[in-house]
Design a protein around this ligand. Sequence first.
Ligand SMILES: [Fe+2]
Length: 421
Amino acid sequence: MLTAAAARDRFAATRGLTELLAAPLSPEDQTVQSMPDVSPTKWHRAHVTWFFETFVLDRFADGYEAYDEAYRMLFNSYYEGVGPKFSRARRGLLSRPGANEVGKYREFVDAAMDDLLAGTTDDDTDLLTLVELGVHHEQQHQELLLMDIKHVLSIDPQGAVYRPDAVDRSVTSPLTWTDCDPGGPVVVGHDGVGFHFDNESPRHTVFLEPFRIADRLVTAGEWAAFIADGGYERHELWLSDGWHIVGEQGWTAPLYWEADGDSWIVHTLGGPREIVDGEPVCHVSHFEADAYARWAGARLPTEFEWEYAATRHGRAADAGRPFDVERLQPRGAAGSGSLEQLYGECWQWTSSAYLPYPRFRTAPGAVGEYNGKFMSGQMVLRGSGAYTPAGHARPTYRNFFPARNRWMVSGVRLAADIADA
Ligand SMILES: [Fe+2]
């Protein structure tokens, strides 16, 4: 748990980063919702503020009066236990409050939080627990903010740029594998030391058959070869639900790819440009990742294979890499011959459904709605991505999305059974 001093620092740093990420965006940029999954930037800025107001200030700040009672409904995301909420799919239709007014709301709540935290001691464990949760919640929305604004700006036929970004020209070396042999019973889940979300526990034992896992992510060049080999036209490569969506949505390539003669243009936060063969492919759905793996004669790892390999063969320090707002594009592998790109490039799809661990229980009250109620119809992704803030990645972290979603920075790491390899 955070100390009171650390809580003050983390709160200030996290709130500041959100505003830094929003800074390049005009009030008009911050208002658009380009599809139901996307939320406007100003909504993210307000909702994370609402979280501190609802779960911290209302409970712990004596005599706290809300900045605007209407915001309690407008910026509630999905907490049924808190009260009514505004339709998620219609967030982009709200012109009021505007982005500048949301800024004032943030300043009001920040001042109230500063007052509260100034008098907080290390013994205020209930308060510190919720501040820490609020910080990690805001970090999740920082990544969502970047995912969402990327989608918003991708609609612009003029090729809107969020922030100029260096293109990584590294050449990725041939794929190598790390053997995880002999398998057997292994312990997975968070050990309870340091922050983790409830869905990462309880720690428990699973049984793994011997397997191998790819040392790097699938590249854009390899994905182009998959497309050229009819990857999106061969039903035998696809799960039935995925094949249905390929037809329904007309998928022929990852999200943000556009054919340009024999090459591919990709929309990035730095604007549109040609793909680079060695960079990891991203913005693919679980269905596409699964089809690619089948085409490549491999499969996706289970979430426990990924965690075991990352814990045993990865460098834990990589999970703590600094977040670089100047470098928001996933980079190619260095070709070290060992596990690379576990963190900070692309989230990696697993073949595991998002389910509760044995003995999992949600916390009482509305905050218990944070994770547990979404354990249906979604798949787990592991690692972290180029938009993931520093201090937000760890080997046991369970990200989750429906199998058809692909506006996340989602990529592919292959696995294989040793017996087949
Ligand atoms: Fe949220």
